[in-house]
Design a protein. Structure first.
Length: 265
């Protein structure tokens, strides 16, 4: 476990050093993973482990999530500024930023406001606009456990094991209701449909074919609007594509990193 101070808060992040001795995984360039609404850095555990031998992977708990301090935020812009300041605090000059769902919104926003900080952009299960179903807000207001079950039920492909969905529901339910609602309010207000075509950062877009929260049509819109972007639709996966199909996800991600960060020893 590693911690750093950002905006007066102690934030937790997961990092694994490369195999070469003396390498600090939080220096220079690297791959930074940002989770979605109600998530934690645990959503990226398969990716951090996979990339550790060759890259500098970091996965952050956003404020109010996981082991990080804070009460969360209600706008994507506030989360974006935290991620920008996190890069500064960790000495990451240029990153490939990998964002899932709300994390993808944060990544898009950073690509538009601070493109010089990014060597690449990976948008996972996200869209240029993220309207939230009213049932999610109603469930959060009634009972966070009910909300966790609803969100997890919509987050996985139909073929997912019931135990996996149940475990995800428990994880979502560990959020404070105020933090969970704030995240989804941030998503609901997010709309870059008129600006996303201005992104010039090399971009990979990944979506599960069975994603019910951010359908493939969202990914195709991003692909059509972001010049030179790549699109990978992964069969048999839902919104949690990086956890449901980690081998295929990691293969696509590694190919993108090789192309845009250059191979590491």
């Amino acid at each position: 476990m590693a911690f750093t101070r950002v905006k007066g808060l102690t934030l937790h992040y997961a990092a694994e050093a490369r195999s070469d001795p003396g390498t600090d995984p939080a220096r220079g360039s690297g791959v930074v993973f940002v989770h979605g609404a109600g998530g934690t850095q645990e959503h990226w555990r398969f990716q951090v482990r996979h990339l550790a031998p060759r890259w500098n992977p970091l996965a952050v708990d956003l404020p109010g999530h996981g082991e990080s301090q804070g009460d969360g935020y209600r706008t994507v812009a506030e989360y974006r500024d935290v991620v920008r300041d996190l890069l500064d605090a960790l000495g990451v000059r240029r990153a490939v930023l990998v964002g899932h769902s709300m994390g993808g919104a944060i990544a898009q926003s950073l690509a538009l406001t601070h493109p010089d900080r990014l060597a690449g952009l990976v948008l996972v299960g996200t869209g240029a606009k993220l309207r939230v179903h009213p049932d999610i807000f109603a469930a959060i207001q009634r009972d966070v456990g009910e909300a966790g079950r609803l969100i997890s039920g919509w987050s996985y492909a139909p073929a997912a094991m019931l135990a996996t969905v149940a475990s995800a529901a428990e994880a979502f339910a560990r959020n404070r209701a105020s933090v969970l609602e704030g995240d989804f309010r941030a998503c609901d207000a997010f709309d870059l449909m008129g600006e996303i075509s201005k992104v010039r950062t090399p971009t990979l877009i990944i979506c599960g074919q069975d994603d019910r929260l951010t359908p493939v049509t969202y990914a195709r819109f991003l692909h059509e609007k972001i010049p030179g972007s790549e699109l990978a639709v992964i069969p048999g996966a839902g919104h949690m594509v990086m956890m449901e199909k980690p081998a295929e996800f990691n293969r696509r991600l590694t190919a993108f990193l090789d192309a845009h960060l250059g191979p590491h020893p």
